[in-house]
Design a protein around this ligand. Sequence first.
Ligand SMILES: *Cc1c(COP(=O)(O)O)cnc(C)c1O
Length: 367
Amino acid sequence: MSVPLLDLPAQYKEIEIELENEVLEIMRSGRYIKGPKVVKLEEELANYCEVKHAIGCASGTDAILLALMALGVGPGDEVITTPYTFFATGGSISRLGARPVFVDIDPETYNIDPAGIEAGITDKTKAIIPVHLYGQCADMDPILELADRKNIPVIEDAAQAIGARYKGRPAGSMGAIGCFSFFPSKNLGCCGDAGFMTTNDAELAGDLTILREHGAKPKYYHKVIGINSRLDALQAGIILVKLPHLDRWHEGRRKNAAFYDEHLAGLPLVLPRIADDCISVYNQYVIRTDRRDGLREHLTELGIGNEIYYPVPLHLQECYRDLGYREGDMPEAEKAARETAAIPIYPQLTDEQLMEVVSGIKSFFDN
Ligand SMILES: *Cc1c(COP(=O)(O)O)cnc(C)c1O
């Protein structure tokens, strides 16, 4: 039996009729950009994330870009973030001509280590972007306290963490702006690219809404320069169908995580560590061993899906060579990139598939 890392058709089957009816209704309506589906979705997302405003856009990457634009980040500015993330976090900073300043991670959670941030702050620092990696929130209180003291806004990269909680507070509700993605592999994914931003600040919400449509307000009158980053009605409709199922899917992921926690305990593996005050939505279940490459080869031979998130930390990416970082500068991120791998965690996994993954991992360590 093979076990894929992610099985989107299995999710599709659960809600096939609802989804197809919704898509056909939108196709027939002729309203393809913005319109009532997007307005309704934005209301429901604000409600779900417990914020005042949710603003749809074309991707999670654009959400980060628009957030930085709304905060006025530009050439010569610096933005502090983690090197252990998907490239979009750093790339969006660079696209505005600003410089990403990386701060190493906490090896327990793989999220930015708040203790390292203050040393990275200069008079050019315009924002701090913690990433809630794998579905667990970064340790936000010390980050928010420092940011507040230094008067620097915080953007949460919550692309992997919709529905996650930190001390009871939802991801995306703690900083100035939260950024989310509907990329198909996220816990709430559409059938293409889309994303959204959250904020409790009415002025920022207004700016984000204008920036996502070429900076126009009213239409064809441009006070600022924005981008084209709208949320399609079709993707909004698909997300509207999926949203009521999200908490059940999160629960399924947590149940699978608990199964692995129990059955993989005792092996020479580091299992995910979720802080006591966090509720993870397990976008990924990431295990750690210094025999990672051998384990991956073994699992792949058995037909068990696995992946490295992420093999090269951002500070060592070729495109960032001119930032001047060297190997050894971010030892925890570099070590995590060498030793971690994600295994299947999606909620539609059957008991047999879960058992298959566990026995596949056990058989590697038996040899
Ligand atoms: C997926 C992801 C993004 C980008 O989202 P897209 O919708 O793919 O553009 C940004 N940051 C992180 C941490 C992500 O996982």
